[in-house]
Design a protein around this ligand. Structure first.
Ligand SMILES: Cc1cc2nc3c(=O)[nH]c(=O)nc-3n(C[C@H](O)[C@H](O)[C@H](O)COP(=O)(O)OP(=O)(O)OC[C@H]3O[C@@H](n4cnc5c(N)ncnc54)[C@H](O)[C@@H]3O)c2cc1C
Length: 457
């Protein structure tokens, strides 16, 4: 009896591959047709070339040792495509009807991005006292207003947070969502002072994708796992027995055949929190209730392919973020064909637009033509041009990003305590330990190491 990993998103794939490499007999079950969970790529051939559309995540930084180990372990490193350096380093914000480059360094204080009063307020940051260590968790908005000022929040923080969490700073918990930032305040008393001493968020490294898009990574890992990976296999229930776990599975499309029951000493549940809650409702009801309470922000990703002469002036940059009160509906856009080579056919551009999120949760329920209409209208405003699309594709993500709201860190601590009380149970996924791909790779590796240790290999 080895281990069963449920869910072949990046978290589950990383865990399964590390278990296999450690010599643990592992089976990886996933309800979907293809491995990867959120990592999905659609390749659209057109005359004289192809568009490479990453429908979920679009890139990762090679500064993460865990993720790069995984890339190398499955041989995907041969297909890496690094981002164009100039594009990687330049980001824009939409302000007063045009896009303005953001300089995250001290020159921000001279940039027209912020009104003069907001820049003066930012300069006061080093003189603002730190919050008490035993104070209740602040919202991200309250933290930012206290340290940096409200205007800096609205003009800079809100769009950045939308870009990462698709979230609402008035709901996200400062420490739950950005623990490193709170640690800087506690240690140095000021974010500006910490930055001046060279402390800050760790560098992400150079952004990367793969020749055939991000889905190449899960495909490679699944290939390395061979028959241990079982797609189209929906786990319907989990039962704890004296000698381990009973895992009931049903192959998609064979409803009449009934459930097959697999056995395992360890189960690693690497599904979204809501699915994990359903599977654990009988075995650990308190834990399941905490999992079920984790909310996800919905998102819509829109790809627009366009002939270069129709695209307006797209700068060589990562993309543009849009503050809410600047009059556009989109959250932002990534200039995909400027960031990575060969994302669009010769003479074409590809732009990936994000909309929805916690501040616009109705967006995914709109019909395609309405979404497309405001996306094209906003593109024409931000990057003036005809924007007559050669290709469009809309992808809805009802459960895009788990929201690390105020109290999330305490909820996760409760879940962890309950998890320790259930023998042979490991929980994994982007609802804990961070939402980005490097976090999923790191947590997957750490979970595998613990399970391998328990198995005595
Ligand atoms: C639109 C979007 C853009 C993003 N952009 C980026 C980015 O650019 N960079 C970055 O680093 N991160 C990005 N992220 C975040 C990142 O993609 C995710 O955090 C990460 O991929 C989550 O992986 P996971 O394995 O935890 O979960 P998931 O990918 O959700 O995988 C869970 C898996 O569980 C399976 N499953 C569920 N229930 C069952 C069941 N009962 N039986 C069997 N299988 C089941 C599902 O089929 C799925 O494959 C983005 C996310 C989204 C949605």
């Amino acid at each position: 009896m080895g281990a069963i990993v449920i869910g072949a998103g990046l978290s589950g794939l990383a865990c399964a591959l590390h278990l296999e490499r450690a010599g643990v007999a592992v089976t990886l079950l996933d309800a979907g047709d293809a491995p990867g969970g959120n990592l999905r790529t659609k390749i659209v051939p057109v005359d004289g070339g192809r568009y490479v559309l990453d429908l979920g995540p679009n890139s990762f930084g090679d500064g993460s040792a865990d993720l790069m180990d995984l890339v190398r372990a499955c041989g995907a490193d041969a297909d890496l495509v690094p981002a164009a350096e100039a594009a990687c380093e330049t980001r824009y914000i939409f302000r007063n009807g045009r896009i303005v480059p953001v300089d995250p360094g001290p020159r921000l204080l001279l940039s027209p991005l912020l009104p003069i009063a907001a820049r003066l307020r930012l300069m006061c940051e080093p003189f603002i006292g730190r919050s008490r260590a035993d104070a209740p968790e602040e919202t991200l908005a309250a933290f930012c207003d206290r340290r940096l000022g409200r205007m800096a929040r609205l003009k800079l923080l809100t769009p950045v947070v939308s870009g990462i969490y698709a979230g609402d700073p008035e709901k996200l918990g400062a420490e739950s969502a950005f623990p490193a930032m709170i640690a800087l305040e506690r240690e140095h008393g000021s974010l500006v002072r910490a930055a001046m001493k060279g402390h800050g968020p760790p560098g992400r490294g150079r952004l990367q994708t793969f020749e055939d898009g991000l889905a190449a990574l899960p495909r490679r890992i699944a290939d390395a796992l061979g028959a241990a990976y079982r797609p189209r296999t929906n786990v319907t229930s989990l039962t704890r027995a004296a000698d381990g776990w009973r895992v009931a599975v049903r192959s998609n499309g064979t409803d009449d055949a009934g459930d097959e029951v697999l056995t395992a000493r360890d189960v690693i549940v690497a599904t979204p929190a809501v699915a994990a809650a359903r599977l654990l409702a009988d075995t650990a009801p308190g834990l399941a209730a905490d999992l079920a309470a984790i909310r996800y922000a919905p998102m819509v990703v829109v790809h627009v392919g366009v002939r270069r002469e129709d695209a307006g002036a797209i700068p060589d940059a990562f993309g543009v973020l849009v503050p809410r009160e600047e009059g556009l509906r989109i959250l932002g856009a990534i200039f995909s064909s400027r960031l990575f080579a060969d994302r669009a056919p010769q003479g074409h551009e590809l732009v990936t637009i994000f909309t929805g999120g916690d501040l616009d949760p109705e967006a995914p329920s709109l019909p395609d033509d309405e979404i497309l209409a405001y996306v094209l209208r906003d593109l024409r405003t931000a990057l003036p041009g005809a924007w007559t699309p050669a290709l469009t594709r809309i992808t809805r993500w009802p459960l895009a990003i788990p929201q690390y709201v105020v109290g999330h860190k305490d909820r996760v601590a409760r879940i962890e305590a309950a998890e320790r009380a259930v023998p042979g149970l490991t929980l994994l996924g982007n609802w804990r330990g961070g939402i980005a791909m490097p976090n999923c790779a790191r947590e997957g590796a750490a979970a595998a190491a613990k399970v391998a240790e328990r198995a005595g290999v």
